[in-house]
Design a protein around this ligand. Structure first.
Ligand code: ROI
Length: 160
């Protein structure tokens, strides 16, 4: 079993609904257990464009799915939630990013883990820290030190 972390984000449609559906769907995947999930966080869009605020969360799963099988499953959950091919960095109904797959470091055409952007993204690091404060990345970096170095960003705990 590999312990994996998945970042969730949405800023179109009904973000809260899409995130809770997606978290439930993660728990329904074959050979997979949902271990934990963060609370929901709201943040303004990173990377300039005019678009609504995002809701973000992170889920922890244990899975026997191989990395690319898990990626396929995540993309299926995106499509099930109305995801259309989106512009790069455009608004979306649901975005699922595989942050970490056990302690593996992979650079495949379709998949890079650890996720390339996570260190710069408070909306990923903060919910991840909520559920895994002692996490150490495959390269030996502590999550807590990534957080200390992350560029400051506005992020709010979301209460529905
Ligand atoms: N900004 C925030 N706050 N949350 C996201 O999930 C998010 N996702 C993205 C970009 C457009 C980079 N900005 C984001 O893909």
């Amino acid at each position: 079993m590999a312990r994996c972390y998945v970042a969730l984000g949405a800023n179109l449609g009904r973000p809260e609904l899409q995130l809770s559906r997606a978290i439930a769907a993660l728990g329904q995947l074959p050979q997979t257990d949902l271990v934990n999930r963060s609370q929901l966080y709201r943040s303004p869009p990173m990377a300039g464009m005019e678009q609504p605020d995002y809701l973000n969360a992170v889920a922890c799963i244990d899975t026997d799915l191989a990395p690319l099988a898990l990626l396929d499953a995540l993309q299926q959950i995106e499509r099930d939630n109305g995801r259309e091919r989106h512009q790069h960095w455009g608004a979306r109904t649901l975005d699922l990013d595989l942050l970490l797959y056990g302690d593996q470091q992979l650079e495949l055409p379709r998949l890079t883990v650890p996720h390339y952007g996570m260190a710069e993204r408070a909306f990923v690091l903060l919910p991840l820290f909520e559920i895994a404060p002692a996490l150490i990345l495959p390269n030996g970096q502590h999550l807590a030190s990534l957080m200390a170095q992350c560029p400051p960003q506005a992020i709010y705990l979301y209460r529905s």
